[in-house]
Design a protein around this ligand. Structure first.
Ligand SMILES: NC(=O)c1ccc[n+]([C@@H]2O[C@H](COP(=O)([O-])OP(=O)(O)OC[C@H]3O[C@@H](n4cnc5c(N)ncnc54)[C@H](OP(=O)(O)O)[C@@H]3O)[C@@H](O)[C@H]2O)c1
Length: 255
């Protein structure tokens, strides 16, 4: 990828205030893109982290704008995409990174948790695609969904995995249905990354602390794959989910 590949391009990274989303936002900003991010909570540490990232990108000579917008609310997503249209006038890359789910077995989910699981992690992502589409199709835009190995492997306390599996199917379907509109769609499936959600996951996943360090993925490694999928070098990739797990899933096959 050329160093300044994303100059004059605009990226939106959902859930970009912290963790993997923040690494993706920084990666796109470093390549020259103007970046928009959102987080769910309007105040507190989410907002502070969004503002910190905004200052960091400004120091790099770039521009990042944070929004507080819950992706499970269609009006909030509509307003956010409208603001990007007014402000930047285009959207080249939509990175669907935001996710939120309880760590517990599916059979123990309360009704409100089940609704929230679907409304954030399935409907919320589709609201983002639908509301961003008028901007994306004007500039042969690219959509990258951030998935996880939970789409393919059993974890006793990870209902989010079923939503990731659904979204990987959505990625395949959208890649075909949006192809005539010039919009490409792919996904990155990440292995284990030490973010805030990892701290909760380790309370529910036996032996996670015994995972050898060489299987721990850096958020920047996921960001690099997302950036690659948005680059011209990835023009031949369509509707695919690229696994970025340092080979951890290969090791699982040995048991
Ligand atoms: N960590 C891992 O090991 C791992 C591995 C593979 C894939 N992934 C995937 O990578 C993505 C990021 O993971 P992470 O560990 O970096 O997550 P994280 O640290 O929990 O951060 C999640 C981000 O999403 C935002 N968010 C959550 N619900 C939202 C909603 N309804 N509307 C808008 N924003 C919302 C959060 O905003 P607030 O700050 O306001 O809550 C935050 O910015 C997720 O899709 C996750 O499934 C993670």
């Amino acid at each position: 990828m050329a160093e300044n590949e994303f100059v004059n391009k605009v990226a939106m990274v959902t859930g970009g205030s912290r963790g993997i989303g923040a690494a993706i936002a920084l990666r796109f900003a470093a390549s020259g893109a103007e970046v928009f991010i959102n987080h769910r909570k309007a105040a507190g540490s989410s907002r502070a982290k969004g503002e910190e990232l905004q200052e960091r990108v400004a120091r790099m000579g770039g521009r990042l704008t944070p929004f507080a917008a819950d992706i499970s609310s269609r009006p909030a997503v509509k307003e956010m995409m409208a603001a990007i249209g007014r402000d930047a006038g285009r959207l080249d890359f939509l990175i669907l990174n935001a996710a939120r789910a309880p760590f517990k077995p599916i059979e123990r989910l309360l009704e409100r948790e089940l609704r929230d699981l679907i409304e954030v992690n399935y409907m919320g992502n589709i609201f983002c695609v639908q509301e961003a589409l008028p901007l994306l199709e004007k500039c042969a835009g690219k959509i990258v969904f951030i998935s996880s190995l939970g789409s393919r492997f059993y974890n006793p306390a990870y209902p989010l995995g079923s939503m990731k599996a659904a979204m990987e199917a959505v990625v395949r379907d959208l890649a075909e249905s949006l192809r005539p509109r010039g919009v490409s769609v792919n996904a990155v499936s990440g292995g284990i990354v030490k973010t805030d959600s990892y701290k909760v996951l380790r309370q529910h996943m036996e032996n996670l602390d015994q995972l050898p360090d060489h299987f721990i993925v850096e958020a920047e490694e996921i960001a690099d794959v997302a950036a690659f999928l948005c680059s011209s070098a990835a023009r031949g990739i369509c509707g695919q989910t690229i696994v970025c797990d340092r080979g951890m899933s290969n090791a699982l096959q040995r048991f």
